[in-house]
Structure formats: structure tokens, C-alpha cells
Design a protein around this ligand. Sequence first.
Ligand SMILES: Nc1ncnc2c1ncn2[C@@H]1O[C@H](COP(=O)(O)OP(=O)(O)O)[C@@H](O)[C@H]1O
Ligand SMILES: [Mg+2]
Length: 318
Amino acid sequence: MATADQIRSLVKAYSQHDDQKFKTVVLQIVAHEAKLGHGSFAQELKKDASSIGKSATIFKMQNSNPMLQMSMPSVELTELFTDDSVHSKIERILLEYRNRNKLYKSGLSNRRKILLEGAPGTGKTMTASIIASELQLPLYTVQMDKLVTKFMGETSSRLRQIFDSMDTSAGVYLFDEFDAIGADRLMDNEVGEMRRILNSFLQFIENDVSDSIIIAATNNPKMLDKALFRRFDDVIHYELPNDAQIKQLFDYKLEGYQDGSICSKEVIEAARGLSQAELTIVAEDAMKESILYGKNFNSLMLISLLNDRRNNYVSREA
Ligand SMILES: Nc1ncnc2c1ncn2[C@@H]1O[C@H](COP(=O)(O)OP(=O)(O)O)[C@@H](O)[C@H]1O
Ligand SMILES: [Mg+2]
């Protein structure tokens, strides 16, 4: 049964003609019932709720929402070189999604609100593509720059549109580098508006009961406070590659160009501290050199490219 507070909120939303609010409360009741183990009732109520407040604007948005960039990526999990723990967490997300109806019948829901955190270039954005690709779902990347405006009210209503879209168009929704929401100090005026926008974003995540998968990615470890963690079903931590992963990545990327012996101890040493994204660029540069200049593929060439990369990196950091 819905709680007294929920019923009051429903009546309030009705009297204010606020369809979205009404729907949000109904979906909260859905979540509440599902938690109590009333799976089939929750599912039916959710179906009924899907028609609440379906307005022309939502329809328009679905087709051409400038805040959402849609793609159908094709990348496999085997192409991601990272810790086993990251792999098993991704596999778990896929498994639970594929069996979500089974889970639902027991009042459980699949893990679908995921926070990705770690150094740049370690595969966070790629992970969103992998999940979409493995589940054959469209990937909707939220254009964070179009989302945030000077006006708190407008930003909130854009956020609401995106979360509505999760209900009407199932997919993987990626808020890439979402901490941009909270980071713009210039816009963070004395009333702490950016902070409020970030909080309302987190609130939307918490309340969402759609079938879509929500992925928020950040390079910024400062984001990771307890309040943030509890909104997500899982957190995946990404790290720079270790020696074994450096070798796996080069062997995979350079397959066909070498006999598997290219990853000498010296190559690994030169590669340490670079991200998977940087190693990918080095591997591609090496292939280009061999194609364009007929250069022989060898460890020395790779080491020199790695050192170039590192020097760029160091001067960028300085
Ligand atoms: N763990 C990884 N395994 C294989 N390739 C990777 C990995 N991480 C990054 N890459 C390569 O670098 C590119 C950029 O990485 P990206 O996923 O955007 O990093 P992040 O979002 O963590 O900054 C990817 O498209 C992929 O080609
Ligand atoms: Mg990224």
C-alpha cells in the first residue's frame, strides 16, 4: 500500500495540474511496492503510469533532443584491458539486465545506476559503449554543456526531460564527466546554485525507476563522498594498466604486425604510467609508421613513441 505521504503528494500534484510530479510519485509507489515484494502489482502500475503526462514536448524530444546524442556502438568487453574486478562488475551488470524480469518477479531490480570513477583514458567512456553494445541498446550521451544553463529552473527542466526520456526510450544514458555540473565555480553564485543542480541531478537518479541503464562517469576523485555513493547501485574504479595489461593491450592492438615478442621489458618500462588511451595512440602511431614509411616493427620504435608520448604528457601537466 502507498503511504499516507505518497497519497497526499498525489493529491497535491493533481490539484496543481503537475503531471510530471504526479508521475514521479506514482513511480515512487512502484519502487516501494517492488521492494515489498509485490512485483506483479508494481509492474502493472508502472505500465499504467507510462501514459501519464505524455505530452507533445516529450514526443518531440524523443526524436531530436539536442541534449542527447544517440549512437549504436559496437565494442566488445574483450577489447577492454583492465583489472579483472572491473570486468566482473561489468559482466554482473549485463547478467542482471538480461535477467531483470526474473529478478523483478522476486521483488528485486537489476543494478542499473552505475558510477565510473578513475584516471582519464582508462576506459570509462568506452565501458558505456561496451554495455550498450553487449545489450544491443542505443547509447544516449548527455551533452553536459547543453544541459547546464545560467538558469537553475531551466537546467532542472532539461534534466527532467532527460529522465523522462529514459522511461520512453530505453537505452544506456551516459552522463560523461558529470562533475562538470558542480565544477563551474563562476556559475556557483552566493546561493550555491551549481551545488543545487548537482543535488537535483542526484535526486533524479535516486528516484528513477525506468528500465534504462544510467552511467555517470568522473575523473575527479573529490566527487566521491558517501552521499554520492548511496545513489548508485554499483561503483567501478578504473586504474592505469599494470605490466600484464600493458602487454595484453599491445599484443591485441599490434596483432598481425609482430610475432608477440615486441613487448620487451624495456617497452613495458617505457609504457608504465601511461593510460590505456595513450597506449592505444602509440600502437596506432606505430602501425602508421610501418605502413607509411615501411619501417620495421621493433621494440626500439615503440619505446621511442612511448617516450614521445610521455614527454607530451609531462609538458602538459607542467
Ligand atoms: N581499458 C582500456 N582498454 C582498451 N582500450 C582503452 C581502455 N581505456 C581506454 N582505451 C582506449 O582509449 C580510448 C579513450 O578512452 P575513454 O574510454 O574515453 O577513457 P576515459 O573515459 O576513462 O577517459 C578508448 O576509446 C579506447 O580506444
Ligand atoms: Mg571519458
